[in-house]
Design a protein around this ligand. Structure first.
Ligand SMILES: Cc1cc2nc3c(=O)[nH]c(=O)nc-3n(C[C@H](O)[C@H](O)[C@H](O)COP(=O)(O)OP(=O)(O)OC[C@H]3O[C@@H](n4cnc5c(N)ncnc54)[C@H](O)[C@@H]3O)c2cc1C
Length: 421
């Protein structure tokens, strides 16, 4: 008799040599199967925790195309010259050593009836529970004149790695007294303070290397995260260098011409040397393909991050629409732990702790001038709801700001170890 895949899974037959990824998974001795799509902040944490805590009772497969994950967190510090690109890269060896079956491929489809995930490399993998943490994609046509074909001329640098390196190379190549422009995104988006920390870090670099250069920020928002802290810092450290044009002054009425390297704000065209376009965002495309988004983001239940569209699918991190938490690596890690605990409980009957979430976002404004904002959260029937919060204050001492920056370095080391082992 020839075994087709279904019969193979059903019999639990022993694995043979040269197995494909799906067959490796299918040979899992009838254990519950969790597939995680996306090996970033949310997905790596969830995969690692389920494998670690289930002690072999659950088969965990992580599908992630890249072999090194370059964090967006601290990527602005790379632009500022405080970190090297190598400091931001994390491999998947620790996850594999911890029992996660790491498959380097793209997930290209989800069949919710059959409970399978299709891979770009061919075949499909079955799941009992599917966790999606694919990060963000950009909304088509969000900035007039820009699409991904223009991302080399006008980088977004809002996904880690090569885009960030490109943006830095462009900043370093700016002519003396040149213009760096940023098109900031509308809410909600990945890392609310991210664009403004980036402005600070670009200004830090330019002040040392190209002090007559200018920075223009076109912003569709009327206000932004940690605004008072950033604007105080910009005045203290980079006086006269940064022109922030908010909603009130037409900052949302923007178009770009990547071939001519021009930016038009409210009808006024400016020739620029570097243009960092950060378009409006939505959930990573695979969440849309799985049919668990509302068109933009994937609504989830606050108690366990399960999708409101499908109880066997969970959505973590930036893709999720969960309530009050900002889209951050810290949030994704926090959500992943709640989800991992719930998934393990659902599949093995282990006890499930009540959902509690936390987040802190640090930003560096200049050397040793760190600020932070953070909160804790609880699950309500409606959403993940903020319980309490804190934020750095304007006028803080240099010692406190230095301590805040040092705290962020400790956080980075700790959280990347928690994600990648
Ligand atoms: C400039 C900047 C600064 C930031 N600073 C901070 C900070 O200081 N602190 C903080 O907490 N957060 C920060 N963030 C935010 C943080 O990077 C994100 O919120 C976090 O990475 C979200 O985690 P995620 O798991 O949702 O997505 P990601 O970490 O982006 O991971 C998504 C993964 O999914 C993979 N993927 C996508 N589609 C597929 C598919 N179809 N199949 C398989 N794999 C797929 C991708 O390759 C990627 O590895 C910053 C972001 C930026 C841009």
């Amino acid at each position: 008799m020839t075994l087709n895949r279904r019969a193979f899974i059903g019999t639990g037959a022993a694995a043979t040599a040269a197995l494909s990824a799906p067959d490796v998974f299918a040979a899992g001795h009838g254990k519950p199967r969790v597939v995680v799509v996306g090996g970033g902040a949310g997905g790596a944490t969830a995969a690692r925790y389920i494998a670690k805590d289930s002690k072999g009772e659950i088969d965990v497969m992580l599908i992630e195309p890249t072999r090194m994950y370059y964090t967006c967190f601290f990527s602005n510090l790379y632009l500022g010259g405080f970190k090297e690109m190598g400091d931001l890269g994390h491999s998947y060896g620790g996850l594999a050593a911890g029992g996660v079956n790491v498959v380097h491929d793209w997930a290209v489809g989800v069949d919710r009836d059959a409970r399978t995930v299709a891979l770009a490399g061919g075949g499909s993998v079955p799941y009992d529970k599917l966790i999606l943490s694919p990060g963000i994609d950009f909304v088509d046509g969000a900035v007039e004149g820009w699409d991904v074909a223009a991302q080399n001329a006008m980088p977004h640098a809002y996904k880690g790695g090569s885009q960030t390196e490109l943006l830095k190379a462009q900043i370093m190549a700016m002519p003396e007294g040149g213009t760096f422009a940023m098109v900031a995104p509308p809410n909600p988006y990945r890392c609310p303070p991210g664009p403004y920390e980036r402005v600070s870090m670009v200004a830090h670099y330019l002040k040392a290397n190209n002090p007559t250069a200018k920075i223009i920020v076109a912003d569709p928002k009327g206000k932004f995260s940690k605004q008072a802290l950033f604007q105080e810092g910009w005045g203290d450290h980079y006086s006269g260098m940064i022109d922030w044009i908010g909603e009130e002054f037409g900052g949302g009425n923007v178009s770009v011409d990547p071939a001519a390297m021009t930016l038009t704000i409210d009808g006024e065209e400016t020739k620029v040397d570097v243009c960092n376009v950060i378009p409006a965002m939505k959930a990573g495309r695979i969440a849309e393909m799985a049919g668990v988004t509302d068109g933009n983001w994937a609504p989830v239940n606050a108690i366990d991050m399960s999708s409101k569209a499908d109880p066997d699918i969970y959505v973590l991190g930036d893709s999720a629409e969960q309530g009050d938490m900002p889209k951050s690596g810290f949030s994704a890690n926090s959500q992943a732990k709640v989800c991992a605990n719930a998934v393990r409980g659902a599949l093995t009957g282990s006890s499930v702790f009540p959902a509690r979430y936390s987040n802190t976002c640090w930003s560096l404004i200049d050397t040793d001038d760190g600020v932070k904002v953070g909160a804790t959260y609880e699950a309500t029937d409606e959403k993940i709801a903020q319980v309490d919060g804190f934020i750095s204050e304007t006028g803080e001492s240099a010692e406190l700001r230095k301590a805040t920056y040092e705290e962020s370095e400790g956080w980075y080391a700790g959280i990347t170890a928690d994600m990648f082992g």
